[in-house]
Design a protein around this ligand. Structure first.
Ligand code: SAM
Ligand code: SF4
Ligand code: SF4
Length: 340
């Protein structure tokens, strides 16, 4: 392990890269359709890091101990030729795990090519199997059959283990999440239910909308008895459970009610080239400016090291400890900029 350790003793081992702020969906908990309409101004192309620039920064992060890279967004599959970036990341010494998080709508067309380029794993977000609720959960933009075809294509392309993420929001999709569990039980897909988080300022998050991991588990266990499993690694964010009838496993990510800041070893590279050390950080440090004005690898390494060594973020723990009257202030960056 490198000397890249933050003030709370956490190393830096993985990076999430938001390759675009654009998206073909408008999930109400991330990019509500009424705020992100046709005239919304996304970042102009020159503001985005190029694939070459991303690969250079990931190379530097790898020299500091990062071994896992996750490509996300916005919707990463709307950015052209993602295989090019994956090929570049796969060629970096030290990067041994390349994953993608996608809404799945464009995955069926691209899965084989991405796997050939060097992608190892894929996570598909899917919030309901009820076509009406599915439409509600994506701002009426995507088709359920395309996402399901994307998951099948990912399985066929060997992008395993395939994970499916379902964010559960009270009064939006909470009356039918058991159907998703039923659908994926006994398959090679690992399903994870995620608590709705208070990231950003545009989704109108309220604690009452959070369906807690314990409620989710209780409802699942009432249908199919469950047994807890050991975490596979200290930085694994999902609590995992085994169906006692042998039909596989299911996970819950309790980011709100039982946060895991103490094991958070993840940095984020935003769409516009900033290094952000926490989902709730206020803006991070600029890497694109120095990179484009000729900084060498040593200088970029020093910026990253200084930022990580000063890191003391543990927002979710503080929010959980706070009483409802004095919770930490909501921060400014949005999920689609940070890459989830
Ligand atoms: N567009 C891709 C997708 O939806 O998978 C990748 C980007 S999206 C920001 C990454 C993940 O963040 C998705 O699984 C999404 O469901 C999750 N997400 C977005 N906003 C969230 C929120 N407020 N709370 C919990 N999860 C959220
Ligand atoms: Fe798009 Fe993903 Fe955000 Fe939904 S969660 S709006 S698919 S970036
Ligand atoms: Fe990591 Fe920040 Fe989330 Fe805590 S709140 S787990 S430090 S991203």
């Amino acid at each position: 392990m490198s000397a890249c350790v933050d003030t709370l003793g956490r190393g830096l081992s993985d990076v999430r890269i938001s390759v675009t702020d654009r998206c073909n969906f408008r999930c109400p908990y991330c990019m509500p359709a009424d705020l992100f309409g046709e005239s919304y101004s996304f970042l102009p192309r020159p503001e985005l890091l190029s694939y070459e620039e991303i690969a250079r920064l990931v190379g530097i992060l790898a020299s500091l101990g990062v071994s896992k890279a996750r490509i996300t967004g916005g919707e990463p599959l709307v950015r052209a030729d993602l295989g090019d970036l994956i090929g570049r990341l796969a060629a970096i010494d030290g990067i041994d795990d390349i994953a993608l998080t996608t809404n799945g709508a464009l995955l069926a067309q691209q899965a084989t090519r991405l796997a050939k380029a060097g992608l190892h794993r894929v996570t598909v977000s899917l919030d309901s199997l009820d076509p009406v609720i599915f439409q509600r959960m994506n701002g009426d933009r995507g088709k359920l059959k395309d996402v399901l075809a994307g998951i099948t294509a990912a399985v066929e392309a060997g992008l395993s283990p395939i994970k499916v993420n379902c964010v559960v929001v009270r009064d939006m999709n909470d009356d039918s999440f058991e159907n998703i569990a039923e659908h994926f039980r006994g398959t090679e897909v690992e399903l994870r239910f995620i608590e709705y988080m208070d990231v950003g300022t545009r989704n109108g998050w309220e604690m009452e909308q959070v369906v807690t991991a314990s409620e989710i588990l209780e409802r699942l266990a009432a249908r199919w008895p469950l047994e807890p499993l050991e975490r596979r690694s200290p930085s694994e964010v999902a609590g995992r459970y085994r169906y006692t009838d042998g039909k596989g496993t299911v996970g819950v990510v309790s980011s709100v009610t039982a946060p895991f800041c103490g094991a958070c070893t993840r940095a984020r590279l935003t769409t516009n080239g900033r290094l952000v050390n926490c989902l709730f950080a206020e803006g991070g440090v600029d890497l694109k400016g120095p990179l484009r004005s000729g900084a060498d690898d040593r200088e970029l390494t020093d910026i990253i090291l200084a930022s990580w060594r000063a890191r003391d973020d543990r927002y979710s723990e503080l929010r959980t400890q706070a009483t409802s009257g004095d919770s930490p202030p909501r921060r400014r960056m949005e999920m689609y900029q940070l890459g989830g």
